[in-house]
Design a protein around this ligand. Structure first.
Ligand code: GLU
Length: 478
C-alpha cells in the first residue's frame, strides 16, 4: 500500500473540524496552537474538513469554518482537504485489511449488541464487543441473509498501547480495555477513528494536537497505525477550556462561535492573542503579537490543567488592541455598525476623527459604535436631564458660550479658551460650564472632552444645536 508517514522530516500539523455547526472557541484554540507550532518550526499547517457524517455536515458550516479561520488569520498551507472526496482511499485501505483479517465483517444486529451489553453489565463487566464475528470465531458459520455487515478492526487482545503525550506525558492503556472498533459502516463510509488515521498518515502529519476529549481515541488509532505498519505521529492533547465557574464551557458563558466575536465587536487580533493564552503561557506576558507567539510557542508551556475562559480579560485585551488600532481601519469596522442603527454617516463629522477621539475608552467595536453614534443623531432630550443641567444658570452659560462661539476659531484649543473664559467670568467650576454644554449639544451629560466634541461637530452644527436646546429648555419652562 502506498503510504509513508513523516518521511519529509518536517513538522506538519492539521486542524480537522467537522462541518456540523459553527467553529467553536475550543477548535479555534486548537487550530491556533497547531498553526503556531507549525510556524515556529517552519513547517506546514493543514486544514481538513471531516465531513463523512453526511446527514449533519453542511456547506454552510464549511463556509463558517473557512470564514472563521480567515478572520483569525490562521493561514493554511494545504487544504481544505475533504474526507468526502477520499472515500475510495479509505475503501482501498479497508479492502487490504479485510484480505488478511486485520478487519472483518460484523453481522451483529443492534438488538444482539444491546443484549450482549446488558448481560455484561449485569455481570458487572465493562461492556465491550466480544469478537463473535472475528474470522477465527465463525469457522463454518454462514452470515445471516439480507444483513449488510459493518466493518470492525481486529484490535490486539494483549499488550499495551503507550505513547508519550506531548502535553500530558507518558500514557499507557492495556488492550484489554479496548475492543474491536467499527471502522466503517456497511456502506463503506469510514468512522472517525479510521478516516483520521488514513488521513493523518497520507497527509504525513507529524504532530497531532487536539482537544483532550479525544484522548480515548488515541490508543485505538495507534493500534490501527500498527496494524497498517505505519509510523504513528506524535500526539498531544490540549487541556479543556472551562467556564469561569469551572463547569464545561457553554453558550451561557459567552459566545462560543468564533464569528460571534466578530459580531460582538472584538478585533480578530485580540481574540487571537486571548486564545493563545488559553492553555499556554510565556511568563507573565498577556499581550503579544502573532510574530512573538510564533517565536515563543512551544509545547513545554502548554498547561496540563484546564484553561479558564475569562470574558473580562478578553474585553481588556480587546480594549488595548482598539486603542492601538489604525483610525481608518476602526472607522471602516464601525461604519456598518452605526448604519445598522439607522443613522447616516453623512449627517455628522468624519468618522475617522470620531473614532480617534473615542477609541481610548471603548472595549469593543460595539461600545465604540455606541459612543460614536452620538455624532450622527439628533440629541434626544430627557426632561430630567434638561431640568438638572439647563436650568437658569445652565442656560446663561450656554448663551454666553453661543455668543463667544460665533467669533471663535473652530479649533480645539480656541474652544477650550472660550469655555475657560466663561468659567472665570461666571466664577464657576469647569463642570458647571462643560456639562450644560454637553447636554445642549448631545443631550448627554457625559461625553469625551467637550472642546474636542465641539470641534468635531463644527461651528454650524454646534450653533444650531445650542439654539435648539435653548428653545427646548425655554419651552419646557425649566
Ligand atoms: N473532527 C474531529 C473533531 O472535530 C477531529 C479530531 C482530531 O483532531 O483528530 O473533534
Amino acid at each position: 500500500m502506498n503510504q509513508s508517514s513523516n518521511e519529509l522530516g518536517e513538522v506538519r500539523t492539521r486542524i480537522a473540524p467537522s462541518p456540523t455547526g459553527m467553529l467553536h472557541l475550543g477548535t479555534a484554540r486548537t487550530a491556533l496552537f497547531c498553526w503556531a507550532f507549525a510556524r515556529h518550526h517552519g513547517g506546514k499547517f493543514i486544514l481538513r474538513i471531516e465531513d463523512t457524517d453526511f446527514e449533519r455536515s453542511t456547506e454552510q458550516s464549511v463556509q463558517v469554518i473557512l470564514d472563521s479561520m480567515r478572520w483569525l488569520d490562521l493561514d493554511v498551507d494545504e487544504g481544505p482537504v475533504r474526507q468526502s472526496e477520499r472515500l475510495p482511499r479509505y475503501r482501498e485501505v479497508l479492502e487490504a485489511m479485510l484480505v488478511d483479517g486485520r478487519a472483518y465483517h460484523c453481522y451483529s444486529s443492534k438488538e444482539e449488541l444491546d443484549a450482549l451489553r446488558d448481560t455484561q453489565t449485569a455481570r458487572g463487566d465493562k461492556p465491550r464487543y466480544d469478537g463473535r464475528w472475528r474470522p477465527e470465531n465463525i469457522r463454518g458459520q454462514m452470515p445471516p441473509a439480507g444483513v449488510a455487515p459493518v466493518f470492525r478492526f481486529r484490535n490486539p487482545d494483549d499488550g499495551d498501547v503507550a505513547w508519550n503525550d506531548l502535553v500530558k506525558g507518558p500514557i499507557s492503556i492495556s488492550n484489554r480495555e479496548l475492543d474491536d472498533l467499527v471502522i466503517a459502516r456497511s456502506d463503506w463510509v469510514p468512522t472517525y477513528n479510521f478516516a483520521v488515521v488514513v488521513d493523518d498518515a497520507d497527509m504525513q502529519i507529524s504532530h497531532v494536537m487536539r482537544g483532550e476529549e479525544h484522548i480515548n481515541n488515541t490508543p485505538r488509532q495507534i493500534n490501527l497505525y500498527r496494524a497498517l505498519d505505519w509510523k504513528p505521529p506524535h500526539f498531544g492533547h490540549l487541556p479543556l477550556i472551562l467556564a469561569p465557574d469551572g463547569s464545561k464551557l457553554s453558550k451561557r458563558h459567552g459566545a462560543v462561535s468564533v464569528m460571534q466575536y466578530d459580531t460582538d465587536g472584538f478585533l480578530p487580533e485580540a481574540l487571537f492573542n486571548y486564545l493563545a493564552r488559553l492553555g499556554w503561557s510565556h511568563g507573565d506576558d498577556e499581550k503579544f503579537t502573532r510574530e512573538q507567539l510564533v517565536e515563543w510557542f512551544d509545547l513545554r508551556h502548554v498547561n496540563r490543567a484546564p484553561a479558564q475562559y475569562n470574558l473580562d480579560k478578553l474585553l481588556w485585551l480587546n480594549g488595548e488592541y482598539i486603542k492601538e488600532a489604525d483610525d481608518q481601519r476602526l472607522a471602516r469596522l464601525v461604519a456598518p455598525r452605526i448604519e445598522a442603527r439607522g443613522l447616516q454617516l453623512a449627517a455628522g463629522p468624519s468618522l475617522i476623527r470620531v473614532v480617534a477621539l473615542l477609541k481610548d475608552r471603548s472595549r469593543t467595536l460595539n461600545e465604540l459604535s455606541d459612543s460614536a453614534s452620538l455624532f450622527y443623531r439628533d440629541p434626544v432630550f430627557d426632561t430630567k436631564i434638561l431640568a438638572e443641567h439647563l436650568n437658569a444658570q445652565g442656560r446663561s452659560v450656554v448663551q454666553a458660550f453661543r455668543e463667544s462661539a460665533k467669533a471663535t476659531t473652530w479649533e480645539r484649543s480656541a474652544l477650550n479658551a472660550a469655555i475657560k473664559k466663561i468659567v472665570s467670568d461666571f466664577k464657576l467650576k469647569m463642570p458647571q460650564v462643560a456639562v450644560p454644554l454637553r447636554v445642549a449639544v448631545t443631550g448627554q451629560p457625559q461625553t469625551p472632552s467637550i472642546d474636542a466634541v465641539l470641534e468635531l461637530f463644527g461651528k454650524e452644527t454646534t450653533l444650531a444645536r445650542l439654539d435648539a436646546a435653548l428653545a427646548r429648555a425655554d419651552s419646557a419652562q425649566l
